[in-house]
Design a protein. Structure first.
Length: 248
């Protein structure tokens, strides 16, 4: 989707543990996954998309575009209308849920608002909103989908809060760079707003067990993994009390 003027919403996602995954399973196997399943999950998250039994996806024309390269995925909106904000919130929540609860891969993301320009034919993507989303994604210590301050100040953000009660919530833990900042984030396991038919807690447990194998012998990274999973479980249960807590 070509966008050359105005402000918009941009989301940046990162698959965590990608390097360890490549080392443990090999480049070819991971490439097959990225080329097939990851692309499928990106496309199936778009508004109005239909997934067929042969795993092909029909995409409807929408106000959300996307880019995916290696372990990074970007969604961006055509403009910064309220319609586009709501579409972005849904697409990102669906994508977060599908990746974590489908193949059980650890994913973290963030949404920002601001300047962003895209020319898919030239493979050119530039904008402060992308940088802000990227930095916020890295600033989280859990499998979260946070909203940048730039989203909070758009004129209809309060309307979004009112209409998405229980879906737009506060993080339970602060950002790494600011111990006083608990950003708004998306409750990606909320079945009221998403087609969330998977077992989120079981999927988180699978993510954890995979991490234990791939990070074996790396005590520093294992400590990070354990904390990340604990924070994520706490978040899921706090905002979705019907989920069952499973001990490691």
């Amino acid at each position: 989707m070509l966008v050359t003027e105005g402000e918009r919403f941009v989301a940046f996602f990162d698959i965590l543990g990608f390097g360890s995954w490549v080392e443990s399973e090999g480049s070819k196997k991971v490439f097959t996954y990225v080329r097939g399943f990851l692309n499928l999950m990106v496309r199936s998250s778009l508004p109005g998309s239909t997934v067929h039994q042969d795993m092909s996806v029909d995409i409807q024309k929408s106000d959300i575009g996307y880019i995916n390269f290696s372990d990074s995925i970007v969604f961006y909106s055509r403009n910064d209308s309220y319609h586009c904000l709501k579409a972005m919130l849904t697409v990102c929540g669906e994508f977060m849920n599908i990746v974590i609860c489908g193949p059980s891969r650890m994913l973290r993301g963030a949404i920002a608002h601001g300047e962003f320009y895209a020319d898919p034919k030239a493979n050119a993507y530039v904008g402060k909103a992308l940088i802000d989303a990227y930095k916020l994604e890295e600033d989280q210590d859990w499998l979260g989908l946070s909203l940048h301050d730039s989203v909070e100040v758009v004129k209809y953000f309060q309307q979004a809060l009112n209409e998405h009660n229980g879906y737009i919530v506060r993080s339970l833990v602060p950002l790494r760079s600011n111990s006083n900042k608990k950003p708004y984030c998306i409750n990606w396991a909320n079945k009221k707003y998403l087609n969330a038919s998977f077992d989120a807690m079981s999927s988180i447990e699978t993510c954890y067990n995979r991490g234990l194998v791939s990070l074996q012998g790396n005590s520093k990274e294992l400590d990070k993994l354990k904390l990340r999973i604990e924070y994520t479980k706490d978040f899921l249960v706090y905002y979705n009390p019907e989920l069952e807590v499973k001990e490691n």
